[in-house]
Design a protein around this ligand. Sequence first.
Ligand SMILES: Cc1cc2nc3c(=O)[nH]c(=O)nc-3n(C[C@H](O)[C@H](O)[C@H](O)COP(=O)(O)OP(=O)(O)OC[C@H]3O[C@@H](n4cnc5c(N)ncnc54)[C@H](O)[C@@H]3O)c2cc1C
Length: 388
Amino acid sequence: MDLELSEEQRLIVETVRKFVRNEIAPLEADLDPDATELEPIDFERLVAQTKEMGFYGLDIPAAYGGPDIDIVTRTLMAIEMAQHRAGLYTPCYGVFGGAGLAQLFEANDDQKERYLFPTLRGERHGFFGLTEPSGGSDPARAIQTVAVKDGDDWVLNGSKIFISEADRADYGIVFARTDAAKGRAGITCFLIDAGMPGFHVRRVVHTLRSTHYATELQFEDLRVPAGNVLGEVNKGFAIANDRLSRQRIPYSAGCIGVATKAQEMAIAYAKQRETFGDLLATRQGVQWMIVDNEIDIRTSRWLTLAAADKARRGVPFRTEAAMCKLVATEAGGRVVDRAMQIHGGYGMTKDLPLERWYREIRIRRIGEGPSEVQRLIMARDLLGGSFH
Ligand SMILES: Cc1cc2nc3c(=O)[nH]c(=O)nc-3n(C[C@H](O)[C@H](O)[C@H](O)COP(=O)(O)OP(=O)(O)OC[C@H]3O[C@@H](n4cnc5c(N)ncnc54)[C@H](O)[C@@H]3O)c2cc1C
């Protein structure tokens, strides 16, 4: 067991840190505080740089042209990549490229040609449609969208809510009930094109996130060819679950990144701001906030790296992923909150990134499964399957 970074990891972390500080953060000075995109000219320039560094398409498996960096190192990189104003939800404004929807790697060859490869080339964008108005914590029971077989097609009717950026997507992964009697064993995953008749984006739902659009979707006799079933009929829920577990590690890393930067800012400010004739850093009330921040950050960091290490070794990591998600999202919120308190009135302004992190990190205790659901997952693993 080695808690130190390897020499290679140290160099990679240092390179990403410099990139964020020298290339990304300065651009934010001229961007709207709620921006989620760079100017195209800056975006292209920085993509060329990440390609040059060999870091482009980080999460793409090596077999598909990714840079073959293990998940522990990618987690360390994700912690660095979040350390700027838009970093929680748009780390480095996407200049490191993305792998798209992880489920597509399970697609058949024809589906990979139509969806996966264009996504990896940045030509097509997909959404992930699981949550419904009837509930997202327990989708296996809550899903009411139905798909009925009709000849060679499936016909979908139902709705989805909170689906991120489906209004801008070319296609989506949608989960629907194909066997009413079977609960989680009666859900199938479909690939839907945004242009298919019967697919409607009913409205945009505004949330705490900056310039981001969650959407409500409606499917009305939406006809989907059988060739667009992803995986096997009635086995879609396993696809959703696997994705959610894996996603919890980078989700946690983003919160740790933001918390780390907030702590750095809080320490610097406490060392230069005077009240009542002395520096804030001399006040025990402030010192304790800084110490509590550090405990929150380190706890989150080690739990998240432990989850990543298990994922890297190919051993089960569901409990670890749930634990790091729960701890990092809640601890990150506390750290940002304390950093704002130390900054006083300046902490409330859009001159600093704290207010944006404060808003956006609140979603993290709900998104990808609320804290209570993470506890439920861990309880099932600890107590055994029969106690739920
Ligand atoms: C900005 C944003 C973007 C999103 N993007 C997507 C997306 O792209 N795709 C997608 O499919 N979904 C997306 N979601 C949906 C998100 O995953 C759900 O909101 C989340 O899973 C919770 O579902 P719910 O809102 O229906 O809450 P519910 O399931 O109704 O639960 C409400 C609350 O009850 C509590 N609770 C639930 N179960 C238990 C329990 N067993 N014990 C104790 N307490 C419990 C929790 O506190 C929970 O927050 C997004 C949500 C937001 C806010």
